[in-house]
Design a binder for this molecule. Structure first.
Ligand code: CO8
Length: 373
């Protein structure tokens, strides 16, 4: 068994950002037009009027102030409210591949590695573009990486589950190094006409290089102390989009073919599960919670992260202990905790301990304990 390090991380951030003000203005225009169009039915009590969204609510309930997206115009057009991402020919690199390559190039550079040093690619994300061939194999081809590639989806927890797979492969000597990427175009599967969730997600891509500790030369090394995963079935976050939709075509465009959730239930169920998983993982590794310098938590909701940190520490975490990126990125599904890690790691001295943790649909939870080398 080889010791394993994370030797580099990378991030691709789309050029366009949408503020809460812009998103709510578009949503409220849609609401006014809908209510005007159906005024007679609403007046007759046959239809409920739609309610406006609110910037103040969004910020208070989630901590989100803006989000990056691949296409801004399509989302903000009240007649469309769906990003416009033109289909590409099979001879062009796909958009998930393109994002992955950009994030991977930064991760490779930080790790001091080239594609020739990598033996496998894992694309781990919630929002895969197609059934096959695997996006990971396309990324392999685009970067010129030999070996193997595969895709996996564990919703928001895809990155920690992907990391465990990468760590296992390197530990066992099946690969010298693995590139794990998380290309998320969450806006493609978000219902921008749903007041309860239209503000939640954004787009981004992260990349992580995992390699043998004895071969790593990077200036940014984090030893993987341990990984721990947990899943427990729940319907509270669900998306019924899939290969069998066309076999029940009458329901193909129902709202359940996009992201839907019972946000309150998720909040209540998941926070204690995350705190328990991280606490037990640290205990199994003989590490006291107070020894942990930083928690790079999944970036879904600020209040969730505050509560999880409070449950773990018995007090409020400082922004240095539990950094926040969801204010400008919103929830980028699997990319969120890795964005926090990527942006908030260089200030810590050698020997520092940190926990990278994800949580989301499934339910699925992951914890990765890291020690700076
Ligand atoms: N504007 C104004 N008012 C609103 C709005 C709005 N936009 N939305 C809801 N309200 C109202 C409600 O109608 C309600 O009114 P009333 O009290 O009269 O009934 C009131 O505000 C309170 O509503 P909620 O109880 O729903 O509000 P919460 O305080 O619970 O906040 C949240 C809602 C922000 C959704 C919160 O519950 C939350 O963040 N929960 C956790 C969610 C979470 O982490 N989910 C994980 C999802 S990620 C995942 O794993 C899936 C990945 C797949 C990616 C797919 C990409 C698309």
């Amino acid at each position: 068994m080889f010791d394993v390090v994370i030797s580099g991380t990378g991030l691709y951030t789309p050029a366009n950002s949408i503020s809460n003000e812009e998103l709510v203005a578009s949503f409220n225009t849609y609401v006014h037009r809908y209510n005007e169009k159906h005024a007679a039915a609403i007046e007759a009590g046959e239809l409920q009027p739609l309610a406006e969204s609110s910037v103040a609510f969004i910020e208070k309930a989630s901590g989100i102030k803006s989000r990056y997206v691949i296409d801004k115009d399509g989302i903000l057009d009240p007649e469309r409210m769906v990003p416009r991402i033109p289909e590409r020919s099979n001879d062009e690199w796909g958009i998930l591949c393109e994002m992955s390559v950009k994030a991977a190039q930064e991760a490779l550079a930080r790790a001091g590695r080239t594609p020739a040093d990598i033996d496998g690619v894992i694309v781990a994300c919630s929002n895969l573009q197609r059934a096959y061939p695997a996006v990971a194999i396309e990324v392999q081809a685009a970067l010129g990486i030999k070996g193997f590639g595969f895709d996996m989806n564990v919703a928001c927890s895809s990155a920690t589950f992907g990391l465990q797979n990468a760590v296992n492969a390197v530990q066992l000597g099946q690969a010298r190094a693995i590139l794990m990427v998380n290309p998320e175009i969450c806006s493609g599967h978000l219902n921008f006409r749903d007041r309860d969730s239209h503000f939640i997600f954004g787009d981004a891509c992260t990349a992580v290089i995992v390699e043998r500790a004895d071969q790593a030369t990077s200036a940014h090394q984090w030893q993987v102390v341990g990984t721990k995963l947990l899943t427990e079935f729940s319907n509270n976050i669900r998306n019924n989009f899939g290969f069998l939709n066309r076999a029940a075509e009458e329901q193909m465009s129902n709202p359940d073919k996009l992201f839907v959730q019972e946000g309150r239930k998720v909040f209540r169920d998941v926070c204690p599960m995350v705190a328990e998983l991280i606490a037990s993982h640290l205990e199994e590794n003989g590490i006291g919670v107070q020894q942990v310098r930083r928690f790079w938590l999944h970036q879904a909701n600020l209040n969730m992260n505050l509560l999880i940190a409070r449950k773990l520490l018995g007090r409020d975490a400082t922004p240095e202990e539990a950094p926040v990126i969801l204010d400008t990125y919103a929830n980028t599904s699997s990319a969120g905790s890795v964005i926090a890690f990527h942006k908030h790691q260089d200030d810590l001295p050698a020997g520092s301990l940190g926990v990278l943790s994800s949580f989301g649909a499934g339910y699925s939870i992951g914890s990765v304990i890291l020690r700076k080398r």
